[in-house]
Ligand binder design. Structure first.
Ligand SMILES: [Ca+2]
Ligand SMILES: [Ca+2]
Ligand SMILES: [Ca+2]
Length: 446
């Protein structure tokens, strides 16, 4: 008789807490680069004059002697001239090169309002990052994280964020064992990765490539290449990302792999860990890893879970972690978002079952990732506490960029004390301390 081994081996199936938009169709496939905007004011150039020159008189003299046309006189030592049809700024330099009164000649460049990124999908769709009152399809978004104002202060330079997930599409690489081809996501091309320390605890190699799509989307929220003229924006897009793979292609992983990932992150310079994952069970192995990273000063940000019930998942439920729930376009709690006494903050996680800004798409979180082949990229709306969590991790990175001397508890206080209070007054079990506010957090002082 075949002995049935009633195994008590605990298969620690880790459920990733994300829900993909029901339609498997990406919003846009490819993300063709837009043509670079002409950064030079058409038909103008600036002439700078040496000290002591009367600019008004000199400009008039140039009009007469060189057939130029003055457009504007600057407040100090410069004037703007029309560029004669068919002439270049260089040809003007040649024309005027022997004039002893002239200090320099240059094109009249155009500056853009700095904070609004030029990524074409930002303004229509990334309501989750907006300042209060910005319009999404004509509908005011009052429940974004105020990243736009925060970007005037910092973009996350100098901070390393570990993303412990399914991997990230951070490199062009062919796996020598399986032959699987991986590619760098086009809208992560300008993102900084700590490739030397990337690690894959599923396959035990140094290439933390994404074979699911989840980790790449999470990475986009934290550090999508921004102001690069394509696709989407990310919150801390000048931070350095450390890719750590602990979940397999189905989005599941064992607790030992996750514990290893946490320890690895703490030992390789991460100031922030993002874990858009969770399980229903606590574990000594997992908790010891959390305490190890916490005691090294790491800010550990974790998803509350997507069961819609009063139970925050692990590791989010540990006091050392910042547990993040999810909100919708209108600032209310997403129905799937777990809640309870362990909840610390909420951030936009979206709700693809409603279209509150009436743009024809369910109100998810839009970032670049792939579906099927890890070389086939598109922009996808995802929803979940998995999507909310990287908003908080990204803001933590912004805070640390301004204040690298902060402890992890100071970062937590900065995030919690500046959050926008939602629900009942003060901390409550559905919204924690409220909606994370990037602008207020980077301005927080101890
Ligand atoms: Ca972009
Ligand atoms: Ca919508
Ligand atoms: Ca509240």
């Amino acid at each position: 008789m075949k002995k049935v081994l009633v195994s008590l081996i605990l298969v620690a199936l880790l459920l990733t807490v994300f829900v993909q938009v029901k339609s498997a169709e990406p919003l846009f496939v490819g993300g063709e680069p837009l043509s670079i905007k002409n950064e030079v004011a058409t038909g103008e150039f600036i002439v700078g004059f040496k000290d002591g020159i009367n600019v008004g008189l000199k400009a008039k003299a140039l009009e007469n002697s060189k057939s130029l046309k003055v457009k504007r006189i600057g407040l100090k030592n410069f004037a703007v001239f029309s560029l004669t049809q068919g002439k270049t700024v260089d040809s003007m330099k040649e024309l005027l090169q022997n004039d002893p009164d002239i200090a320099y000649i240059e094109p009249n460049f155009i500056a853009h309002a700095f904070a609004i990124p030029n990524d074409p999908l930002f303004s229509p769709y990334q309501w989750d990052l907006y300042d209060y009152g910005m319009l999404s399809n004509g509908y005011a978004s009052n429940y974004g994280i105020q990243a736009v104002s925060a970007w005037n202060i910092t973009r996350g330079t100098g901070v390393k964020v570990a993303i412990i997930d399914t991997g990230i599409a951070y490199e062009n690489y062919t796996d020598p064992v399986t032959g699987t081809q991986y590619a760098l996501a086009p809208d992560l091309a300008n993102t900084k990765f700590d490739t030397a320390n990337a690690y894959d605890f599923v396959n035990n190699d140094t290439h933390a490539n994404d074979d699911n799509g989840h980790g790449t989307h999470v990475c986009g929220t934290i550090a999508q290449s921004t102001n690069n003229g394509i696709g989407c924006a990310g919150i801390a897009y000048e931070a350095t990302i450390l890719p750590i793979k602990v979940l397999d292609s189905s989005g599941s992983g064992t607790y030992d792999a996750i514990a290893n990932g946490i320890i690895w992150a703490a030992d390789h310079g991460a100031r922030v860990i993002n874990m858009s994952l969770g399980g229903s069970q606590g574990s000594t192995t997992l908790y010891n890893a959390i305490k190890y990273a916490y005691n090294k000063g790491v800010v550990i940000v974790c998803a509350a879970g997507n069961d819609g019930r009063s139970l925050v998942s692990y590791p989010a439920a540990y006091t050392e972690c910042i547990a993040v729930g999810a909100t919708r376009f209108d600032g209310t709690r997403a129905r799937y978002s777990n809640y309870g006494s362990a909840l610390d903050l909420v951030a936009p996680g979206g709700d693809t079952s409603v279209d509150q800004n009436k743009d024809g798409y369910g109100d998810g979180i839009l970032q670049q990732t792939f579906s099927g082949s890890p070389t086939s990229f598109g922009y996808y709306f995802f929803q979940g506490t998995s999507m909310a969590t990287p908003h908080v991790a990204g803001v933590a990175a912004l805070v640390l960029s301004v204040h690298p001397e902060f402890t992890n508890e100071q970062v937590r206080t900065a995030l919690q004390s500046t959050a926008k209070d939602l629900g009942s007054k003060g901390w409550d079990k559905y919204y924690g301390y409220g909606l994370v506010n990037a602008y207020a957090a980077v301005n927080w002082k101890p």
